[in-house]
Design a protein around this ligand. Structure first.
Ligand code: TRP
Length: 469
């Protein structure tokens, strides 16, 4: 199994790819991508998102893999080893990564809680005879709408918190028992199953009356409604989707085998990830238009439309249960990679046993994450509190995807493009000269040096209103 005797590596390049995909695929594909495409206006958002995947995300993923495999260490140790300086400021990227991972987990565990709750509801037949109205009401109940008027100990407020805590108990338990093997095995089974179920969903959605309007929404490109905030959101989604800018992929890169081609693996991961997001989009938007749901409905989009599309199928209730169960698995896989960041950082940096570090992190995430559970809707228990003009749920989401991860990704691209010597980068990209891919490596280096970091800075400044595109 091991690639260099010392570390617990993955058995093959395919296994390493699957595990990276296990981190990438999650609620980002099934929940976030469709709803952001909906609020971002459809086709134009999709085009901008794809642009960022190819020009920003892929070069950063290559950078992370190169840094990880070259050093065979985690995000903090990697920079120390590659710079030869134990106190290098670059290791701050690892610290920033731990921070981003908390920010993401605060709201991600909350949304995963909704998925758990829907899995349970589907098992108990709550979605039989569902209509657009009752689907909306069920979602409102799930996220604690109206909690501001209720007492903290009412079920309105406590139900979403209960599910969120359950998520953290499950994730914490898995993570305290170590990483590679278990994840590798589970993901190989679950991902194809989720894929198959999504395909069934898409077929049904596309044959609903009025499905064509959904396709038109998804593929009609109209840049008129695109604002700087929408552009930043699309870039943030590219980071979030592919788990970039915080060292996760550095750690996974460190497990890649010596013969893996790091110049193409990220492309494969990104394309597979886009396929899954597109399947979710193709299942959701025709349903949105067929049932007259608002495409810009926001975070509830998945939870309202998916029960509706399954209501139109034979064995719909059973398949709906399977759908949410597999989505819960995908979310768990992604969360393992998220909690792993602060857990390995904490246990290696402060010499805390792994189990204890996992426990401490889950408690921190739960304690702060409750704020997200109570603020997913403005009328929630904590919905009235705003920081920088945003509720906690939106704030955690915004700060991670639109601030911390782009900054982390910028630094990572700069490190691979400028700090690493040309020869060193080429050596790693060509597997010590065995691949003969000089041309491709040169192209990638140009992206790392002149395209990716420039784009990130320009988009951030544009969103801040400092420059105008
Ligand atoms: N990519 C995952 C998703 O789309 C979320 C995620 C998992 C993530 N690990 C990450 C995001 C690390 C950023 C960094 O659901």
């Amino acid at each position: 199994m091991s690639t260099n005797g010392k570390r617990d590596g993955f058995s093959s390049t395919l296994a390493a790819l699957m595990v990276a995909l296990g981190s990438a695929v999650g609620l980002g594909n099934i929940w976030k991508f469709p709803y952001m495409t909906g609020t971002g206006g459809g086709g134009a958002f999709l085009v901008i998102y794809l642009f960022f995947v190819f020009c920003v995300a892929i070069p950063i993923m290559i950078s992370e893999f190169v840094i990880g495999r070259r050093s065979r260490l985690n995000a903090v140790g990697a920079f120390r080893k590659l710079t030869g300086n134990p106190r290098t400021p670059w290791s701050g990227i690892g610290f920033l990564g731990a921070l981003s991972s908390y920010l993401i987990m605060f709201f991600y565990s909350c949304v995963a809680g909704w998925v758990y709750s829907y899995t349970f509801k589907a098992a108990t037949g709550a979605f039989a005879n569902i209509t657009k109205e009752s689907a909306g009401a069920l979602f409102a109940e799930t996220i604690g709408v109206g909690g501001a008027e209720a007492s903290f100990f009412s079920s309105t407020v406590l139900a979403p918190i209960f599910w969120q805590v359950l998520v953290l108990v499950v994730v914490g338990t898995i993570i305290s028992f170590g990483v590679a093997r278990g994840i590798e095995r589970a993901i190989k089974v679950m991902m194809p199953a989720l894929f198959a179920l999504l395909v069934i969903c898409v077929i049904r959605a596309l044959t609903l009356p009025g499905a064509g309007d959904g396709l038109r929404f998804l593929f009609h490109v109209d840049f008129k409604q695109v604002t700087p905030a929408v552009i930043l959101a699309a870039m943030g989604l590219a980071f979030f989707k592919l788990s970039l800018g915080m060292g996760t992929m550095i750690t996974y890169g460190s497990y890649f085998t010596d013969d893996a081609d790091l110049s193409v693996s990220p492309l494969k991961i990104a394309i597979a990830d886009i396929c899954i997001s597109m399947l979710a989009g193709l299942a959701i938007f025709p349903t949105v238009f067929s049932f007259g749901v608002e495409p810009g409905a926001g975070p509830g989009l998945l939870f309202i439309t998916i029960p509706l599309v399954f209501s139109q199928m034979p064995f719909g209730q059973l398949l709906l249960f399977a759908f949410f169960l597999l989505t819960a698995f995908a979310a768990n896989g992604a969360m393992l990679s998220l909690v792993e960041v602060p857990t390995s950082w904490m246990s290696e940096e402060f010499n805390i046993p792994r189990k204890r570090a996992a426990l401490i992190n889950c408690v921190i995430i739960g304690a702060v994450g409750i704020l997200a559970a109570g603020s997913a809707d403005g009328s929630g228990y904590f919905g009235g509190i705003s920081v920088f003009g945003k509720g906690f749920f939106d704030l955690f989401d915004y700060l991670s995807s639109n601030v911390a991860m782009p900054i982390g990704g910028f630094c990572i691209a700069i490190f691979a493009g400028y700090l690493m010597k040309r020869g060193e980068l080429f050596d790693e990209l060509s597997n010590h000269g065995t691949l003969h891919n000089e041309g491709r490596a040169a192209f990638i280096r140009i992206l790392m040096r002149y395209v990716t970091p420039v784009l990130v800075v320009v988009i951030l400044l544009n969103a801040l209103g400092i420059i105008k595109l």
